[in-house]
Ligand binder design. Structure first.
Ligand code: MRU
Length: 346
């Protein structure tokens, strides 16, 4: 891939600014955790795994800023850093998974001097990023096996290299099938209101010369009905114990339409997106974002001034609509409750 989503370089966090794609390919540098928190909230970085990586790197930056003379004082301030980052976006569980993983590293090494702990936190954040890339490739490998020769694949939002350390989850499956020479082509839902599909998925697939056709969200049903879609694959922000899956708003509609038209509908996600503490999808917190995302496009007002707006950023697809969940450890289907637990060894 010819871009880097996020990386740690010279004690700075570098991110491609996804608010400016596809018009401009700009890389922002962050030297403090507040900047990283702001980047997550403002969607400079987005997509569940990438948010988890950014959170971890934010903690590593925060740890460098803490002035303390004991582990307890250091750890209290580290928790404060985690709280600030944790308040940015509520739905993607990878954010909280990343923060917990960083806190655990600090606690496990409390006997070390603070500088060594800071170094370990930095190393942990960097390894979360490199692990994610390997995980996406495994997801791609497992998922590609499900894709038939010449398939037309529909995806919603951006679960690609831009949403992960690289390669992607849903787009990992697509990349895997493409690299296997299956001659696939992709239909990308534009994904209103933030246009992740139009701006990001179309951009990164075109960069990799993977055939992509952009459609507006309301066209997916008709394409399915007229036999133009063979396979659907999306990412996930949080998967509950029973397999109910939160993902970008509009995913539920795609899943229902796929079932109606007997088209397989797969979710591709790393195990870090599982939240087995939650019994079902009703318990997943859904982020509500600013009304301007709906009433404006690139600052241009497209609705009457003052109109009432709803802007839930995610929806939950009930497990019964999901053909299978593609993870780095393989594909889970059927009794999600049992299979997901078995997958993580619970
Ligand atoms: O609001 P976003 O752009 O962060 O939402 C992203 C999604 O819904 C993705 O599909 C999901 O995070 C999976 S990314 C591999």
């Amino acid at each position: 891939m010819s871009f880097r989503t996020i990386e740690w370089r010279d004690n700075k966090v570098i991110m491609i600014d996804q608010t400016r794609l596809p018009a401009e390919e700009v890389y922002n540098e962050y030297t403090d955790f507040q900047g990283v928190a702001q980047a997550i909230r403002g969607m400079v970085v987005r997509g569940a795994p990438a948010i988890g990586i950014a959170a971890a790197m934010g903690v590593a930056l925060g740890a460098r800023e803490i002035i303390a003379d004991s582990f307890d004082t250091f750890y209290r301030q580290l928790e404060n850093v985690c709280d600030v980052i944790g308040r940015t976006r509520p739905t993607a569980v990878n954010l909280f998974w990343g923060l917990e993983r960083m806190k655990r590293v600090a606690l496990q090494h409390k006997e070390l001097d603070l500088n060594s702990i800071r170094e370990l936190l930095k190393a942990e954040a960097i390894s979360i990023e490199s692990e994610d890339l390997a995980i996406c490739r495994e997801i791609g490998r497992h998922g590609a096996a499900l894709v038939k020769e010449g398939a037309s694949i529909l995806t919603h939002c951006n679960a690609g290299g831009l949403a992960t350390a690289g390669y992607g989850t849903a787009l990992g499956v697509i990349r895997g099938a493409h690299e296997a020479g299956k001659g696939i082509r992709v239909f990308a839902d534009e994904t209103r209101p933030w246009l992740q599909g139009a701006r990001l998925t179309a951009w990164e697939l075109m960069k990799d010369s993977i055939p992509v056709t952009l459609i507006s969200d309301n066209m997916a049903g008709w394409l399915m009905k007229t036999g133009q879609i063979d396979f659907c694959v999306v990412g996930a922000d949080r998967i509950a114990a029973n397999g109910d899956t939160a993902n970008k708003i509009g995913t539920y509609s795609v899943a229902v339409l796929a079932k109606e038209n007997r088209i397989p509908f797969y979710v591709a996600a790393p195990i870090s997106t599982l939240d087995l503490k939650l019994a079902n999808g009703d318990l997943i917190p859904i982020e509500e974002r600013a009304s301007e995302e709906v009433t404006q496009i690139k600052g241009n007002q497209i609705a009457p001034e003052g109109v009432k707006v709803r802007n839930p950023a995610f929806d939950v697809t009930p497990a019964r609509y999901i053909t299978g969940i593609i993870t780095e450890k393989g594909v889970v289907r059927g009794d999600y409750e049992r299979e997901l637990k078995a997958l993580v060894g619970q």
